[in-house]
Design a protein around this ligand. Sequence first.
Ligand SMILES: [Zn+2]
Length: 353
Amino acid sequence: MINQDFQHLREQHTIASPIAFVGIGLHSGRRVILRILPAKADTGISFTRRDLPEGENRFVALWNRVDGTELCTTLSNRHGHRLATVEHLLSAFSGLGIDNAAVVVDGPEVPVVDGSAMPFVSALINAGIQPLGVARDLLVVRRPVRIQHGESWAELLPDHTPRITVSIDFHQQDIGLQCLSMCISPNSYAREIAAARTFGFAENVWQLRRRGLALGGSVKNAILLENGRVANLEGLRFPDEFVRHKALDAIGDLALAPAPIIGHYRANRPGHRLNNDLLRLLMNDERSWQRVAAADLLDGRINGLDRSIMGMGLQLEDATDGPDPSQAISCEKAPAWREVLDRVLGRTGDDTQ
Ligand SMILES: [Zn+2]
């Protein structure tokens, strides 16, 4: 499957049919209707707010349009309007390799659904992921870039695949020290990352609500930690669900690059601001990246790139089914989710062949 997944980097994709969701905004607590429509090649991911006047209601999903990173990633447009909580949906698009889609919402926030990307991923897969027959570009990291905010840091390093390594450390909580490292393909993303929910601390909730934030937050759409313990009766979907959600967020935040990034994202205690600052640092230093046609990279036709990147073609031919076994992550504690995922992914295989 990984082989097939990487081959599908060659061309652009959209969805085969429209989908719709009704949910609530995590921060506003308001009901939001969201629709996702197929889009043509080279149009990217666009957002439209139906509650705003035509002509000033479009938002482009790009790194330099981010205008707020407190608790979520917020986009703004040149008319001064904003759209919040785009990162989980962007993560789903990026994780599944969907380049082009038109997203329409009727309010200032993308709905939070269950706090993970899984409802989006299931719906996108069920809608069908449609190849567009148009070549795709990739953004290859050529030189390391790194950013540090206090104890948090993040870096992008040259690598021959899209790879992610994240660690978090919350000593005083049930969370403790968690680390995750894996190669990101649509298959590994859907199985290992998409279902991980966002999390919050009960002691912060009242403080946030007084400021008009997290009004829609509940144990239905987040893991709630109370006095260091998980308060959700159903428990966790993965023993290390927290660090997996950090990976989900990072994939969504990095999806604001102008093309899918080929490189290794490494971070300790990352957040949306750190991720966006890292992407700005990368994009503002043209020596640290190169935009290439995916087919040229996969077939080894690019001159002057690092040898590890040139080895990508070989790596892909050698790739085996499923995530790299050395990076395999045990999920036995979430058998119900595995079943759902297997069903959904079983269908993916049929759809993409
Ligand atoms: Zn998140």
